[in-house]
Design a protein around this ligand. Sequence first.
Ligand code: B3K
Ligand code: ZN
Length: 887
Amino acid sequence: MDRKASTPKPATVYLKDYQPPAWQIEAVELEFDLDPQATRVRSRLQFRRAPETGPDTPLHLDGEALELLGIALDGEPLTADRYRLDEAGLEVRGLPETGVLEIETRINPSANTELSGLYTSSGNFCTQCEAEGFRRITFYPDRPDVMARFTTTLRADKVATPVLLSNGNPIASGELEDGRHYVTWQDPFPKPCYLFALVAGDLGWIRDRFVTRSGREVDLYIYVQKHNLDKCDHAMASLKHAMRWDEEVYGREYDLDRYMIVAVDDFNMGAMENKGLNVFNSRYVLARPDTATDADYQNIESVIGHEYFHNWSGNRVTCRDWFQLSLKEGFTVFRDQEFSSDMNSRGVQRIGDVNILRTHQFREDAGPMAHPVKPDHYVAIDNFYTVTVYNKGAEVVRMLHTLLGTEGFRRGCDLYFERHDGQAVTTDDFVNAMEAATGVSLQQFRRWYDQAGTPELELERHYDPQARTCALTLRQHCPPTPGQSDKQPFHIPVAMGLCDREGRALPLRLYGEAAAGGESRVLELCREEETFVFQDIPAEPVPVLLRGFSAPVKLALDYTDAELALLSAHERDPFCRWEAGQTLARRLLLTHPPQALDADTARPLIEAARRTLADTALDPALRALALTLPAEGYLAEFVDPIEPEQLHTARQALRLTLSRALRPDLEACYEQLTETGAYSPDAASAGRRRLRNLCLSYLIACEDDSAYQLALRQYEQAGNMTDSLAALQALVNSDCPQREAVLEDFYSRWQQDTLVVDKWLSLQATADRADTLERVQALTGHPAFSLTNPNKVYALLRAFAQGNPVGFHQASGAGYRFIGEQIRTLDGRNPQVASRLAAAFTDWRRYNPTRQAGMRTELEKMRDAGGVSRDLYEIAARSLGDDTGTD
Ligand code: B3K
Ligand code: ZN
């Protein structure tokens, strides 16, 4: 390897090396004198040596980018021989069993471009401490199994910084000299430092109240920049729904007197569940009908719910170490998915969640970054906030729910919260509680946490007309992943049913059972191969497997086209019904060259689509999903090598064929769904808009004047952002002569609204045009863009690199060079954002040799750059196949 000698290889952290903390911190008092360039932080740590720790063991305090101003033990300054300061932190020797360590540091929030620790956003102070940001605020044992009670005093200029917030409840406040003021906050719940937060600035707020079911009154606040005060109502309503839902479904109440949410424009990810003081990326808070789309409204509800649910699954019960991240994230994603299902449409939600999993997580699981839900080593933990830890982790919890049933699962959760309230625990503790509460053995099930890779399932079916039996043989196999060549069989719940040739469900009686038990059941596949024999089956049935997508597996089925058509018309499970239609479309797309995808070839699909369009009894959102062709990213999973333009051309060709064949039907559906009333983000209204806008996107594929006029009219008359943006998107992806003028109009109308400008950037980055790369390059110099704001980077650069496969993978390699360069520049400022962007290069081996070479060169440049961050190093090195699992 030719890494620069000056850059040492970043160290790897292993799960097997976990040691309990030698010292505990029982209480922390923090004092902040806030100043954008020079904030002074005084901390008083009340420490205690753990019983099993030897008296000579030093206390290690993590610290990064801190200026140490003073250190004292029990009121006496510490002499230099008692502590050692290095790049990783501070080591203090010769401490008594208990005592108080006082440390004073100075930090520069305005120079903090990493947005980890204390930083400024739009002139306000805010923090992000998960996973390892607290060490950038003060010296501290920055690990989740050190839990302490925090008391925090904030002092700042009263005029510039009237609002001073931290975790818990305010216990004192007052005026100080020189126009400054202070507020002291106390959080009665012991917590790891990653849940610490402070926010200070000139903010406006809305306030509401929630009465818990035991009668406790909770004040709810949402703080935003004042010009955004008219965009907070949906977030507040979502919060109240989430609080009620957690009481009803999990029996969990909120536990402090106030719950605060703050929206900031500069934030590396979506939001953060700090105790009592959530900090959010403003895109997951702010919504007004004219500025936010239905998808935004939906995402806000889900992210507000997610962070709220963390109060129990994450905060009251937290993670022992970062390898256990899915303990809180997988569980909480499952909880937010179920919340959204209950608030909206379960079928639509499930299909959306499966889409994310199969398009992104399956891909991760099949590439060089594949890791188990519980990873066993990392270089930079921030790289493991992945679709595997979050979304596959949620699928694992969902499988527990399926295997244990709603009641058993609830008993398991109750026991888990009861046993571990106030503790930092492991995924094993979670599964143990499920076992103890239900008596079900989950011994083998635990492999889902330890083995990476997506299991592949094969079905062989045999119908015996004499015996009237149908035998289903299921076989599982999991391909090797980096560092794991041999896999043991998984415990897989397969929710299923059988139907006759008219699509009617058949009663299910397994061999040996006295009577049939329902029309749907869960088979448990535990061995590599198992056969399930169903009796009393009058004629050869059609098996329906993985209802509700009951396990995160790839299922190969030998359905005929006729069987798929039958299921897509009659199956009652929305996921399986949708899946049948998608499989039909996928077969067409992958087995015919684009020019052959004409109306004759696509006849069965056209007829199915015509029926769907006209089926007014079916939820419009489900109709829209059924009519949406499989995404290019999903199709890519089925081809080798991936030829992005080929997949794109095929999909466009089929879209055009459908559009031409169904034009009157599309127009009729579009007209029928035209609404004039006031905007409401509810699921039914959003579903109608979704279907109508899908019709528009098909119609514009015809590229004629009447289609353009339709889109232009919609753009001009739209009463909400959903319709306005859909029209703009249709136009931007077309050759409509007015496309540039409309884009300009949109920008001039919305240039003051940073979140709307993000949409404008993304539309251009994903535009289906030959000159998109040049456009994106030019936009990096536009006033609307900034490399220091993560949302702008995601809206323009990530949208291009990950949402525009044709542009990014263009044969010249120019897309790779451009994004590679941006990543290297970004790495010096914000490594987390840089490494997220680098994910676009990870599965370089899936492409043809020319593309491989282009992508590989960029990865090597990233890995070998002098001063590369740990984050980017890990992504680049692992992508290139370097083993980061051994030092
Ligand atoms: N727990 C945070 C994510 C923190 C990411 C740190 N790089 C948000 C969430 O999952 O709720
Ligand atoms: Zn989370």
